[in-house]
Design a protein. Structure first.
Length: 249
């Protein structure tokens, strides 16, 4: 869960970068085709608005599906996303974002017996415990990130204790991520976000009497999501470079 929360962020940032190189298909196609290729689950977006010259991107209704065997719905979703970025940086491996606004992001952690949906996601993208995360050549600078109404849903089935809770977390704002250097890797940004969220999540799970297995999902998912983020950004960057090369031929 630690880097999965930022997977939403990177999906959209990568999709936005892809959109500027391939305006005919825009972010929607980039996210809905590359996301499933990397994550091995459905990725959908309701609508996209793009202003190429101003660097503004808006997305509504992004959902990332549950792995097979964990029912309907999304393992992660968000209500709305607005991004203001510096368009000239999309030609490089260092993307500069002036402001990012994320509304109503939700993570849905589920366990069935001894299995959980984050473990299933790990297996789906080919990650095994102890394996190094896939590196990403793309770095990000985010001057301001505003997150409103984040939530975590937790549920268990078939264990000693059934839990079904939806936990509301506090709004937060982060500033100057990667401004002191040549940007930060997506996984590093994830760590900053989870430094804010993880204490809230842990406290809420304890209050909900969640079993230890559910409490440990955050640790189980770290490598999964780092690999997924790196793979997704790498694929989107490759598509962008290929599009740019074709345009120069």
């Amino acid at each position: 869960m630690k880097k999965f929360f930022l997977l939403l962020l990177v999906l959209i940032v990568g999709g936005a970068a892809y959109a500027y190189y391939q305006l005919d298909s825009i972010v929607k196609t980039g996210v809905e085709t590359t996301g499933p290729d990397v994550l091995k689950v459905d990725v959908k977006v309701d609508s996209v608005s793009l202003s190429p010259f101003s660097g503004k991107v808006g997305i509504k209704g992004l959902t990332i599906g549950q792995p097979e065997g964990f029912g309907e719905g999304a393992i992660a979703s968000l209500g709305a996303f607005d991004l203001q970025l510096q368009t000239k940086t999309l030609m490089s491996d260092h993307i500069i974002i002036d402001r990012m606004y994320i509304e109503a992001p939700v993570l849905d952690a589920r366990t069935k017996g001894k299995l959980n949906n984050f473990d299933a996601l790990q297996k789906g993208i080919g990650y095994t415990a102890g394996e190094d995360a896939a590196p990403s050549s793309v770095t990000l600078t985010i001057k301001e990130m505003v997150v409103k109404a984040p939530e975590v849903a937790v549920s268990t089935e078939g264990g000693l204790m059934d839990v079904n809770e939806r936990i509301k977390l506090a709004d937060f704002t982060l500033t100057n991520l990667g401004t002191d250097e040549k940007g930060l890797a997506p996984g590093e940004i994830a760590r900053h976000v989870m430094d804010v969220l993880q204490p809230q999540i842990a406290k809420a799970l304890i209050t909900a009497n969640a079993p230890d297995k559910l409490k440990n999902i955050a640790n189980d998912a770290r490598g999964t999501l780092e690999k997924g983020i790196g793979g997704l950004v790498g694929k989107l960057k490759k598509k962008s470079d290929e599009k740019d090369d074709d345009g120069n031929n």
